[in-house]
Design a protein around this ligand. Structure first.
Ligand SMILES: NC(=O)c1ccc[n+]([C@@H]2O[C@H](COP(=O)([O-])OP(=O)(O)OC[C@H]3O[C@@H](n4cnc5c(N)ncnc54)[C@H](O)[C@@H]3O)[C@@H](O)[C@H]2O)c1
Length: 350
């Protein structure tokens, strides 16, 4: 991270109360960015936002719904961002299965509203639209997906993110390109890290169970996912935001930020590692009728980010999981922000 670049920049983050938004906020605050946030409130209780006092890092927070275009126009216009990171979303696959219309509304219409509002922001130079590895049409094969591969998420969450990706590209080609504003869709993997308490995600489910000493039930134990520590994609998004700012035409487009191939592990491997290294042991059960609507095999090819941005995944999966274990110990001792800052520094030094 180039501190001289970020110092004093006005950065608007949608989804700033969330898990990724929280880590990004702490990092950007440390390099002197002026922060503005749009979110519709806390995502869980407890949450990273409260544990790390994220609110105090913000110059202004707008608690609005991205489905409300009038509110998006007012907030973006007041925030006057130089850089926009759009992350607000309904991000849970299982929630999307039972609430498809809401998921499409938040993820697709919400993206269109934020970008529509951004068209009128005079100082805006760089937009990063956060989608996911799940945007690709999953062929259940061993090869990792590349940026040019066909989109086509199957379940409502994945599909809504494919749509958001296409929507953002349309805004770029129709408006931002001519305005000289850089815009990229960024696709990360399955993110892990301290401070995530979302429901129906493996690592949060594990720490919730660990806290009370209850057993954990996992689904699809042999599913392989591109696990990565939250600092990995966040470092990629921020590096790209910098480059888009300086050379919008060169860096606009789609970018994968995935883990190394050897870090894509099955669900059962992740749980075994956490269980073996946690302070106390809990029982693990496998759900008998696993959900076959979720993709079983998903890998991302990050060659473009390696070549074009000199971005590289830095943490082996074992280290990423140790960061998670350390974070929750720190949190339970009232040191969440200290551990977060220390992990950012350690990550940066690699
Ligand atoms: N966590 C992952 O594994 C992962 C992987 C790939 C992509 N992503 C993407 O990264 C982004 C952030 O994910 P996260 O894990 O931090 O999620 P999160 O649930 O922790 O945070 C979501 C954020 O969006 C905001 N939000 C949700 N609905 C909103 C609405 N209607 N109006 C305004 N704000 C709203 C929430 O307030 C919160 O700030 C999402 O776009 C998600 O799809 C996450």
């Amino acid at each position: 991270m180039d501190k001289s670049f970020w110092d004093g920049k006005r950065v608007l983050i949608t989804g700033h109360t969330g898990f990724k938004g929280g880590w990004m906020s702490v990092w950007l605050h440390r390099v002197g960015a002026r922060l503005f946030g749009i979110s519709n409130g806390r995502v869980s209780n407890p949450d990273f936002y409260t544990a790390c006092g994220v609110s105090s890092l913000y110059e202004k927070e707008y608690f609005e719904d991205v489905r409300d275009l009038v509110a998006m126009r007012a907030s973006v216009s007041e925030a006057r961002p130089d850089i926009l990171i759009h992350m607000a979303a309904q991000p849970i696959v299982l929630y999307g299965m039972t609430n498809p219309a809401e998921t499409f509304a938040v993820n697709v219409v919400g993206t269109a509203n934020v970008l529509e509002a951004a068209r009128a922001a005079p100082s805006l130079k760089s937009i990063v639209n956060v989608t996911t590895d799940k945007v690709y049409r999953n062929l259940e094969w061993v090869w990792p997906y590349r940026e040019g591969d066909e989109l086509g998420g199957k379940d409502p969450y994945s599909s809504s993110k494919s749509c958001a990706d296409i929507c953002a590209r349309s805004f770029y080609r129709s408006y931002f390109q001519d305005l000289g504003v850089g815009m990229a869709n960024v696709r990360g993997g399955n993110v892990i890290g301290g401070g995530d308490w979302a429901r129906d995600r493996l690592v949060p489910d594990f720490f919730r169970a660990l806290e009370v000493g209850a057993p954990i039930t996992i689904r699809n134990p042999r599913s392989i996912r591109p696990w990565q520590h939250v600092l990995e994609p966040v470092s990629g998004y921020l590096k790209l935001a910098e480059r888009l700012y300086g050379d919008p035409a060169k860096y606009s487009g789609d970018w994968n930020f995935g883990p190394r191939a050897q870090d894509c592990k099955p669900v059962e491997w992740i749980i075994s590692y956490l269980r073996a290294n946690a302070e106390r042991k809990i029982d693990v059960f496998v759900e008998p009728a696993s959900n076959d609507k979720e993709a079983r095999l998903l890998k991302l090819d990050s060659s473009k980010a390696r070549e074009g941005l000199d971005w590289e995944s830095r943490l082996p999966i074992e280290t990423a999981l140790s960061y998670c274990l350390d974070w929750y110990v720190g949190y339970s001792n009232g040191r969440a922000l200290k551990v977060t800052a220390a992990q950012i520094e350690e990550f940066n030094a690699r």
